[in-house]
Design a protein around this ligand. Structure first.
Ligand code: SF4
Length: 472
C-alpha cells in the first residue's frame, strides 16, 4: 500500500497570528500569551515572539521555530510584564529569518513601540521608497516595519492620532497588536480582511487573531474588533476610535481553511460554516458511494456535513501524522520541491472494496489530490469521487495568504473535467460560489472572495511581491 506524502506547496499557507494582553498586577502575562500563541500556532509555524512591558520598559524575545521550541520556562521567567504582545509568523512579505520575526520593536524620540502584524500591505513598496527618500532607515525586509515606523514618526501625544494618520497611508490587510510604554492597542484594517477579537480577563483585556486563543487563555469573548477600528487599552480602561471604514470584506478563506474550527469570526462559527458547506456540496454534487471520508483536518467538518446530508456513512479513511515539527516549517520553494512532506496514510480497512467520496477543503495545484486518489486506489478503493468544499481557486491572494502565482493555480487555466483527469478521480465536484456564500450566511456582501472571483477589495498594483524588498 502506498503512503501519501503531502507536499505543503499544494495548500495556501496560513498568514500570521497576533495576540496582546493587558492585565493589571499580573507580571506573568507572557506565560498566558505563550498558551494563546500555542492556540494560534496553525496561523504560522516559522517563527514566534513575545514583547513584554515592565515599568514602561519593553523587552522582546523572538526566534525561528514553533512556539514550544522558541520558549521554555526559563525564557518565559525572564519575560516579566503586565502587558505583552505576541506573534506567530508565516512569511508573506520578506524572507523567513529571525530579523523578520515579530514583534518588531521601534524606538523613537519619546519612547518605544512594539508591533505584531497579521496581513499584507499592497502599497508597501511605494510607501517604503518614499520613507527612504526622507532618510528613514529600515532594518528588515517586511512590510510590518513600515507600519511601525510610520506610527513612530506620526506619534506626538496621542497614539490613536498617530495610527489614524498611518492608516490613511497604508493599504491592504492588517490586524495589529501594538504596545507602547503604557498602552496596548488593537487595530483592524478598514476592510476587516484579517480577523481580530477582544476578550476580557479577570483584571484586564486580551486581543487575539481568533477566539480559540481566548478559550485557551480562559478569557471571555467581548466582541470582534470592527473594520477600521482602533482599540486602546490602558489604566483607565478601553477606548475605541472608529476611522472611516471601507465596505467590509473579511477573508472568506478563513472559514474554509485558515482558522481553527473552534473559532468564531465576526459572529460565524468556523466549524458550522464548514459543515454547512459540506451539506450544500452534497446537494450540489451528489455521488453514488459507500463511504464519505475527509482530507484531515480542515476537510473534516465538511465531510461530516456531506455525510449527514447524503446519508452516506462517514468514516476515517486517512490518518495524519500530527507530529511533524521543524522539518515542515520552511516555506521556500526549493525545500518544498525536495518533498519534505507531511504523511497521510490510508486506512485500508475503511477503504478496501468501497466507492469513496473524499472531501477536501480546496484544490490549489492539484498535485496532492492526485497522490491521494492514487493512494486510495492502491489501498483497494473501487471508485474515488473527489468533492471540494470551496469553489475553484482561480486567483492569487495579496492580503497575507501565500497562494501560488496565478499560473500555478490549476483552476486558473484548467477546466474541471480536465482537473478530474489530471488527479485521476472517477468524478470531481466543487462547491458553487453561491453555496460558499450561503455557508457563511452571506448574500454576497461582507466578504473578500477574490481568490474565487478576482474581485479584490483593494486595488492591486504590480508592486505586490513577497520578496519585494530583497530584490532591490
Ligand atoms: S484573496 Fe482569498 S485568501 Fe486572500 S483575503 Fe481574499 S478570500 Fe482571503
Amino acid at each position: 500500500m502506498q503512503n501519501i506524502f503531502l507536499s505543503d506547496c499544494d495548500k495556501p499557507k496560513e498568514e500570521c497570528g497576533v495576540i496582546g494582553i493587558y492585565e493589571k498586577n499580573n507580571i506573568n502575562t507572557a506565560v498566558l500569551a505563550y498558551y494563546g500563541l500555542i492556540a494560534l500556532q496553525h496561523r504560522g509555524q516559522e517563527s514566534a515572539g513575545l514583547a513584554v512591558k515592565n515599568d514602561g520598559i519593553i523587552t522582546c524575545y523572538k526566534e525561528m521555530g514553533l512556539v514550544s521550541e522558541v520558549f521554555d520556562s526559563q525564557i518565559l521567567n525572564l519575560l516579566k510584564g503586565d502587558s505583552c504582545i505576541g506573534h506567530v509568523r508565516y512569511s508573506t512579505t520578506g524572507e523567513s529569518f529571525v530579523t523578520n520575526a515579530q514583534p518588531l520593536v521601534v524606538k523613537y524620540k519619546n519612547g518605544t513601540i512594539a508591533l505584531a502584524h497579521n496581513g499584507n500591505l499592497v502599497n508597501a513598496h511605494s510607501v517604503r521608497r518614499e520613507m527612504e527618500e526622507q532618510g528613514m532607515i529600515f532594518s528588515t525586509s517586511i512590510d510590518s516595519e513600515i507600519i511601525a515606523m510610520l506610527i513612530a514618526k506620526n506619534y506626538r501625544d496621542d497614539i490613536a492620532d498617530a495610527i489614524v494618520k498611518t492608516m490613511d497611508v497604508i493599504k491592504g490587510a492588517y490586524a495589529l497588536t501594538i504596545m507602547t510604554n503604557d498602552e496596548l492597542i488593537g487595530v483592524r484594517d478598514k476592510h476587516g480582511l484579517r480577523p481580530l477579537v477582544l476578550g476580557r480577563l479577570e483584571k484586564g483585556y486580551v486581543l487575539a487573531s481568533e477566539t480559540c486563543a481566548l478559550d485557551t487563555m480562559g478569557a471571555e469573548f467581548i466582541r470582534d474588533v470592527k473594520p477600521g477600528e482602533i482599540v486602546i487599552i490602558n489604566e483607565e480602561g478601553i477606548r475605541s476610535v472608529q476611522t472611516n471604514a471601507e465596505e467590509k470584506s473579511s477573508c472568506i478563506f478563513e472559514y474554509i481553511y485558515f482558522a481553527r474550527p473552534d473559532s468564531v469570526i465576526d459572529g460565524i462559527s468556523v466549524y458550522t460554516s464548514r459543515e454547512i458547506a459540506g451539506r450544500i456540496l452534497a446537494k450540489e454534487q451528489p455521488a453514488e458511494a459507500d463511504v464519505v471520508i475527509c482530507v484531515p483536518d480542515s476537510g473534516t467538518p465538511s465531510a461530516i456535513g456531506y455525510a449527514k446530508e447524503s446519508g452516506i456513512p462517514y468514516a476515517i479513511g486517512l490518518i495524519k501524522n500530527k507530529y511533524i515539527g521543524r522539518t515542515f516549517i520552511q516555506p521556500s520553494q526549493e525545500v518544498r520541491e525536495t518533498g519534505v512532506t507531511l504523511k497521510l496514510n490510508p486506512l485500508k480497512e475503511a477503504i478496501q472494496g468501497k466507492r469513496i467520496v473524499i472531501v477536501d477543503d480546496s484544490i490549489v495545484r492539484g498535485t496532492t489530490s492526485k497522490k491521494i486518489v492514487q493512494a486510495l486506489r492502491d489501498a483497494g478503493a473501487k471508485e474515488v469521487h473527489v468533492r471540494v468544499s470551496s469553489p475553484v481557486v482561480t486567483h492569487p491572494c495579496y492580503f497575507g495568504i501565500n497562494t501560488q502565482r496565478q499560473g500555478e493555480l490549476v483552476g486558473a487555466s484548467t477546466l474541471i473535467e480536465r482537473i478530474k483527469e489530471k488527479i485521476g478521480a472517477d468524478s470531481l465536484g466543487y462547491l458553487s460560489y453561491e453555496g460558499l456564500l450561503e455557508s457563511v450566511g452571506s448574500t454576497g456582501k461582507g466578504y473578500c472572495a477574490a481568490c474565487f472571483n478576482g474581485n479584490y477589495p483593494v486595488v492591486i498594483s504590480e508592486e505586490c511581491d513577497k520578496h519585494m524588498f530583497e530584490r532591490r
